[in-house]
Design a protein around this ligand. Structure first.
Ligand code: HEC
Length: 389
């Protein structure tokens, strides 16, 4: 038996523990029994493979982990059910297709997932905590004989923090006839964080601050650039608004004039016999009558079209108090121009052709309705305005 390392216990604080190396399973089993009998509590065996009966010899009790997992699993399950009950059946009741407000089967999946989640996380983290992890380094690694604990030697280590630790500990171990006994010094820990680690932490913290800083910057600054736009398609092309200036054309206008001697296809209705029907005007004067047969069906159609297209703003009775108007007044009280009261003399005196023109081309703040309402229907509306409002 050779004894290496420091054996004097004068400086208790610098001792981490004592270690005895055995070269057989029987040796370590016997030693473990003895150490247990003596009443030591903070000690452990390190073996290259699981040794049958060692747990018993060491008097290791069953771990509390399964109970922790069970309790937390239950907590997860009931938490999941409670949350669903609170949110869907109590605080804000979900009524869907006449189904019952509260029915357990619908809540099983979430409850199940919560059980698994809580149980698994508890198992994972409790295992770490109960084992004293994370621990980067154990002073045991300083012992020369400890390297063979993963190969062909059996090592018993008693921690210096054990109440019974003292001169007798070494004597006890010597009496168990080990190969070697080794004292392990505790590393000198001054509690200071090494400079290099501090530097690395500093860099990591700075990097961590970058994303929030970028988000804050994006939220509080304005940019004329579009947002991150990976596939631009044709979303941001150079386009011109009507009446805009443009360097592209020699005349400096973005809008092009029709080529002289041509007219757009839809304009062919502006020539020939039906000019009055299409424009409400003939020879520069508003038509003074409806250029169509006025039948009861025609009048009904006018009423219906007015209801569909105009009443939202002008109201069914033409007063100008339609729902769009009422709402717009709330939202844009300062800038909103209300729809005209269509029952006033000023409107009543207008020629049918002028009313037709207002509907067709829009007037001041009112948009054009020619693309939505066919010309014949527009005349029907005019008839309704003139005769029935
Ligand atoms: C989106 C709301 C809105 C709709 C829908 C609407 N109007 Fe108007 N209308 C207005 C507003 C606003 C004015 C007043 C415009 C102004 O004074 O700038 C107006 C004015 C008018 C005038 C008065 C024109 C004048 O000479 O002063 C007539 C007539 C008229 N609308 C008829 C109609 C008819 C007919 C319809 C259905 C086809 C219709 N409006 C649909 C908002 C609307």
């Amino acid at each position: 038996m050779a004894i290496t390392g420091r054996l004097t216990m004068t400086n208790q604080t610098s001792i981490h523990g004592i270690l005895a190396e055995f070269d057989s399973v029987d040796g370590i089993l016997h030693a473990a029994e003895k150490v247990k009998q003596e009443g030591y509590r903070k000690w452990d065996c390190h073996t290259p493979f699981p040794v049958h009966g060692l747990d018993g010899a060491m008097g290791i009790r069953q771990t509390r982990l399964p109970w922790l997992v069970l309790v937390m699993g239950f907590a997860g399950c009931s938490g999941g059910i409670l949350l669903q009950w609170w949110t869907n059946a109590h605080d804000y009741v979900f009524r869907i297709s006449g189904k019952p407000d509260w029915s357990l089967p619908a809540n099983i999946p979430v409850a199940f997932e919560m059980t698994i989640l809580f149980a698994a996380l508890t198992a994972f983290f409790s295992m770490w905590i109960l084992n004293g992890f994370p621990r980067w380094y154990s002073p045991l690694f300083r012992a020369k004989c400890f390297t063979r604990a993963t190969d062909d030697r059996f090592v018993l280590a008693i921690d210096a923090r054990d109440d019974l630790f003292g001169e007798e500990t070494r004597k006890l171990l010597e009496s168990l006839s080990p190969n070697t006994i080794e004292m392990i010094e505790a590393p000198i820990e001054d509690g200071k964080i090494p400079l290099r680690l501090k530097g690395m932490l500093g860099i990591a913290l700075t990097l961590l601050l970058l994303p929030p800083a970028m988000i804050a910057n994006a939220r509080f600054t304005k940019s004329t650039q579009p947002r991150v736009h990976i596939v631009p398609n044709m979303d941001t092309q150079v386009t011109h608004r009507g009446q805009e200036a443009s360097d592209f054309f020699a005349d400096g206008q973005a809008m092009r004039l029709p080529i002289s001697g041509t007219y757009a296809q839809e304009d062919d209705r502006l020539i020939g016999e039906q000019v009055g029907f299409w424009t409400g005007k003939e020879n520069g004067a508003y038509l003074s009558s409806i250029p169509m047969d006025v039948t009861p069906e025609f009048e009904d159609r006018g009423r219906a079209r007015f209801g569909i297209y105009c009443s939202a703003c002008h109201a069914v009775n033409g007063s100008g108090q339609g729902t769009v108007h009422l709402r717009a007044q709330e939202l844009l009280s300062k800038t909103w121009v209300g729809p005209t009261d269509l029952r006033t003399d000023a409107i009543k005196q207008q020629a049918p052709g002028q009313l037709f023109e207002s509907i067709s081309n829009g007037i001041r703040n009112m948009p054009s309705y020619s693309s939505q309402i066919p010309a014949a229907d527009r005349w029907a509306i005019v008839q309704y305005l003139k005769e029935s409002l």
